[in-house]
Design a protein around this ligand. Structure first.
Ligand code: TYC
Length: 118
């Protein structure tokens, strides 16, 4: 009978198609992208760079207000170094290099370094 033949053919077609694989799982695990690790820009003390030059540079390159620039400069002056700010690695290195170069261009040995934040 025609109907039987049609049914047999369609069952066989379903079997040979194998298990369905184009369905979505009922629940999906949504993972947020990991935050990039941050790096500190560190101001290093020296005996030659004038205090007011350090403050001026901090204000110009890192956009910190006068009072904060004073605290950062004095902390580096008394303790040997001070964290200025944290950024992603590339930005931190770029800022540290730019600030160090600015000091060199003015004849001072002032140094900014970077290190990963724990
Ligand atoms: N120690 C310098 C001085 O007495 C001032 C200074 C402060 C220099 C901080 C560098 O990171 C520094 N003139």
């Amino acid at each position: 009978m025609l109907l039987e033949r049609i049914l047999r053919a369609s069952r066989s077609a379903i079997r040979s198609a194998g298990p369905q694989s184009d369905t979505k799982p009922r629940s999906a695990t949504v993972t947020k992208p990991a935050r990039p690790p941050l790096h500190k820009v560190i101001l290093v003390n020296d005996d030659f760079t004038p205090r007011d030059f350090v403050v001026r540079l901090l204000k110009a390159e890192f956009r910190v207000p006068e009072a904060q620039a004073q605290v950062i400069m004095l902390t580096a002056h008394t303790k040997g170094s001070c964290v200025v700010a944290v950024f992603t690695r590339e930005i931190a290195e770029e800022k540290a290099n730019r600030a160090t170069e600015f000091a060199r261009n003015h004849g001072y040995p002032l140094l900014f370094t970077t290190e990963p934040e724990e």
